[in-house]
Ligand binder design. Structure first.
Ligand code: COA
Length: 182
């Protein structure tokens, strides 16, 4: 079977809301309390959740929905000249630990560098999020620094690690696969 990214469907959004609207489903590193999924539904209705500054694709393993990837516009300076994309991923709880997280992020990085004329992709995560850190390292991202107590989550401030991958690094490292099996 084949892991691939495809445009979100409304039923996918319903599944994300059900699965990620509690601490266990969201995971301790992504649990910020209840989220209003209507902004994603609106983005889907208006533009298929694509082609904007906040974008989402569903991750499918064959015909099974296994999670979502997102990418957000960020700028280190003027957006007109210094735009980059920040990626995020959420694998549905029952599908975690099967290689989907790393493969889906690889597909997303390939998608972004292939379809946008950008130079930089970045990602942040909690220093304790071992699974995401393993993904980030395998994808060839470089650690740039530690954002100290930048994130309020579950009653406390948490540090975040910032990583980046530049286009020339991706060109050297990536097999540019369009999809891959488990
Ligand atoms: C983080 C996440 C995307 C990883 O995806 P996944 O499909 O579970 O992970 P994978 O099976 O692709 O494994 C990737 C690596 O993490 C390691 N890993 C997986 N689960 C782990 C865990 N609980 N603890 C430590 N390492 C773990 C794997 O061994 C693998 O490394 P390896 O190839 O060196 O062995 C997924 O668990 C998830 O969606 N978590 C909740 C949301 C989240 O944290 N998103 C990232 C926010 S920044």
């Amino acid at each position: 079977m084949h892991l691939h990214l495809k445009p979100v469907a409304m039923k996918d959004i319903d599944t994300f809301e059900l699965a990620f609207s509690n601490r266990e489903g969201a995971s301790t590193y992504q649990w910020f309390g209840l989220t209003n999924y209507n902004s994603l539904r609106n983005a889907y209705t208006q533009r298929g959740a694509l082609g904007g500054d906040e974008n989402t694709l569903s991750i499918y393993y064959g015909s099974e929905l296994v999670g979502r990837v997102d990418w957000f516009a960020k700028a280190w300076g003027r957006a007109s000249t210094s735009k980059c994309w920040e990626i995020a991923v959420g694998i549905l709880p029952t599908y975690r630990g099967r290689g989907f997280g790393i493969s889906a992020q690889r597909l997303l990085v390939d998608y972004i560098f292939t379809h946008y004329p950008v130079h930089r992709v970045q990602v942040t995560t909690d220093p304790e999020n071992k699974a995401e850190l393993a993904c980030i390292h395998k994808l060839g991202f470089t650690l740039e620094g530690r954002v100290r107590q930048g994130q309020w989550r579950e009653g406390a401030w948490h540090d975040q690690l910032l990583f980046s991958l530049l286009r020339n690094e991706w060109e050297l490292a990536s097999p540019h696969e369009l999809g891959e099996g488990e």
